[in-house]
Design a protein around this ligand. Structure first.
Ligand SMILES: Nc1ncnc2c1ncn2[C@@H]1O[C@H](COP(=O)(O)OP(=O)(O)O)[C@@H](O)[C@H]1O
Ligand SMILES: N[C@@H](CC(=O)OP(=O)(O)O)C(=O)O
Length: 596
């Protein structure tokens, strides 16, 4: 008998009629011969209402009490769903996170799942019951109620599907699948038939709120296929699986996070270990840092910029104020009127000119780019908040995301290929016995013979990045990482990029032409650098990975020149002579997380 996990988000249980509709879907699946586990979120905007209520009581609610409060939303809806199932003539039992044995750590509001005890669920399923489990919540070792973070019911659902070895995991929501970007923001967005775990993982963490990013980590780790579909119709939705829809389209989705903040620590002494102090202080507060850019400074000083979610800005600034003094940095600045626009695509890495196409699209929309970071699978640009939608539309159009790629494959075609014997990455069953959300690394690699080029005093106005990377592309130079930071000087910024070492001379030549054409302050470049990359699952959501990387390199007196992060990889650019030492050091500190 097949086992199906069906998750219903808040919008799908917002009122009694919707609760009945959800109950009917579960009953129908059961009558078709399946064992059914439902995972249900709080009704409508109930979690937001609970948050508002807490804010009325006081500005600093204890984290434990906050989770106690927020977990009640799901408790209401699971009971109502179970009652609706009874009314419709079937049997159901509702269970809280504690009752399904959802054991987590004690990080209130961001708890990570350690284990799930499936015994009770299996017993109820054997008895012919529909199990209605509360999403988003668990209990720690001391039986305190914990929550998994906003949107966490998806993670409950996929984690349950993994441990129960479910045949399918259906995410019912108010859209009929995953789109090339949020269809509420851009009506021209296209629903995709299939999207890969890697792409969805990036999109989810870059703003595609249709899925909780940690749920995709689970799905990838345990090989759970996810079907995102509409609560309000029976049409097929989008499959999130290992495979991609197209093997040629450079970009498969775009996303925007409106509420970002940039933080810059100016004048950081450019010696190993200083950045570490900045990032470890923030990681201790479990604040996720994104778009990290360290500008190689003039005169032994560097500027370190990064972004955090706007709601984390106050804590970030308060945390950093003493650190800035302690490390002898000059000042701390921030900008909370910025948004992040990103493009994601698993095929990006094999294609030149993706970055310049994005920058040109933004320039044509007259959008100034404050910061740029790239990784093997995404490019992000920090833009003024009041232009964020225009920026998203510009990149969506530039990559023709509204049109189906000519080589797009449907889910049934992919399934047929699988049946024909295509090797698909399978789950690692030993992982089921580990702490479920533990960091899983797949490798630490070194790429040598790299070079870095930095342009200083780059005018901070629309079109400069596009012009630069088009000219570099036209010279036949293939660029790998790109970072553009903020250096605190009114009206100018710095841009660095890496190339293969044998492209250094031609790159410097073009960079000098560009610098002269735009009256930039100067160009600096050098070879003998290497990229050290840690790869795995959930590298950004496990905020300690970047810190540990910095820590290990600093302990070995290795200076980090550039850093690139994605959900799949954290890359540090360092001197070649230090590459072997760096790899050995990293293999040692990450030994436990490296998949055997
Ligand atoms: N790429 C995307 N594809 C589909 N929906 C998206 C995307 N990005 C953001 N969304 C938004 O996600 C919403 C569904 O997520 P959410 O509101 O959390 O639903 P639920 O209550 O079911 O968990 C959609 O209404 C849509 O506006
Ligand atoms: N109710 C929680 C958990 C959740 O996942 O909700 P939804 O499935 O409606 O996004 C929240 O609002 O964050």
């Amino acid at each position: 008998m097949s086992l199906i996990v069906q998750k219903f988000g808040g919008t799908s249980v917002a009122d009694v009629e919707k609760i009945r509709a959800a109950a009917r879907k579960a009953i129908r699946a059961q009558r078709q011969g399946n064992r059914v586990v439902m995972v249900v979120s709080a009704m409508g905007k109930n979690t937001d209402r609970l948050l508002e209520l807490a804010a009325e009581v006081g500005p600093n609610p204890p984290a434990r009490e906050m989770d106690m409060l927020l977990s009640t939303g799901e408790q209401v809806s699971v009971a109502l769903v179970a009652m609706a199932i009874h009314e419709l003539g079937s049997e159901a039992v509702s269970l809280t996170g504690g009752q399904i044995g959802m054991q987590t750590d004690s990080s209130f509001s961001k708890a990570r799942i350690r284990s799930i005890n499936t015994e009770r669920i299996n017993r109820l399923l054997d008895d012919g019951k529909i199990v209605v489990a509360a999403g988003f919540q668990g209990i720690d070792n001391d039986l305190n109620i914990t929550t998994l973070g906003r949107g966490g019911s998806d993670t409950t659902a996929v984690a349950l599907a993994a441990v129960l070895k479910a045949d399918s995991c259906e995410i019912y929501t108010d859209v009929d699948g995953v789109y090339t970007t949020d269809p509420r923001l851009l009506p021209e967005a296209r629903r995709v038939d299939v999207i890969s775990y890697d792409e969805m993982l990036e999109l989810a963490s870059l703003g595609a709120s249709v899925m909780h990013n940690r749920s995709i980590e689970f799905a990838k780790k345990f090989g759970v296929p996810i079907h995102v579909r509409s609560s309000f119709s029976d049409t097929e939705g989008t499959m999130i699986v290992t495979e991609q829809e197209s093997s040629s389209a450079p970009v498969s989705g775009a996303a925007m996070t409106p509420d970002e903040a940039r933080v810059t620590v100016l004048g950081v002494p450019d010696v190993p270990g200083k950045s570490l102090q900045i990032f470890s202080a923030i990681a201790e507060k479990k604040i996720a840092v994104d778009m990290v850019v360290q500008n190689v400074g003039d005169g032994g000083k560097a500027d370190v910029s990064f972004t955090v979610q706007r709601k984390e800005l106050a804590t970030t600034l308060a945390t950093l104020a003493p650190v800035v003094d302690a490390i002898g940095a000059e000042a701390l600045t921030h900008d909370d009127q910025v948004s992040k626009v990103s493009v994601v695509g698993a095929n990006m890495v094999q294609q030149a000119a993706v970055a310049s196409r994005m920058f040109r699209a933004l320039a044509q929309a007259d959008v100034n780019i404050h910061m740029i970071t790239t990784s093997e699978i995404k490019i992000s640009a920090l833009v003024p908040r009041d232009q964020a939608i225009d920026a998203l539309r510009a990149v969506h159009t530039a990559f023709s995301l509204h049109e189906k790629p000519s080589d797009a494959k449907s889910w049934s075609e992919i399934k047929a290929d699988r049946a024909a014997g295509v090797e698909v990455e399978t789950l690692v069953s030993r992982l089921r016995d580990d702490a479920l959300e533990a960091l899983t690394l797949t490798g630490i690699s070194v790429v040598e013979d790299q070079a870095r080029v930095t342009l200083f005093g780059v005018p901070d106005r629309p079109g400069i990045a596009a012009d630069m990377f088009e000219k570099i592309g036209a010279a036949g130079i293939s660029v790998d990482m790109i970072v553009q930071g903020y250096n605190g000087e009114e009206g100018s910024t710095s841009v660095s990029f890496t190339v293969d070492e044998d492209a250094l001379e031609p790159s410097l030549k073009v960079a000098k032409q560009i610098a002269a054409a735009h009256a930039m302050r100067g160009v600096q470049g050098g070879g003998n650098i290497a990229k050290v990359t840690v790869s795995g699952i959930g590298l950004r959501s496990h905020t300690h990975v970047a810190t540990l990387l910095f820590e290990t390199l600093a302990a070995d007196e290795i200076n980090v020149q550039m850093i690139g992060t994605s959900e799949l990889q954290v890359t540090a650019v360092i001197d070649s002579e230090a590459a072997v030492r760096a790899k050995i050091g990293l293999e040692r500190v990450f030994a436990e997380s490296l998949a055997k």
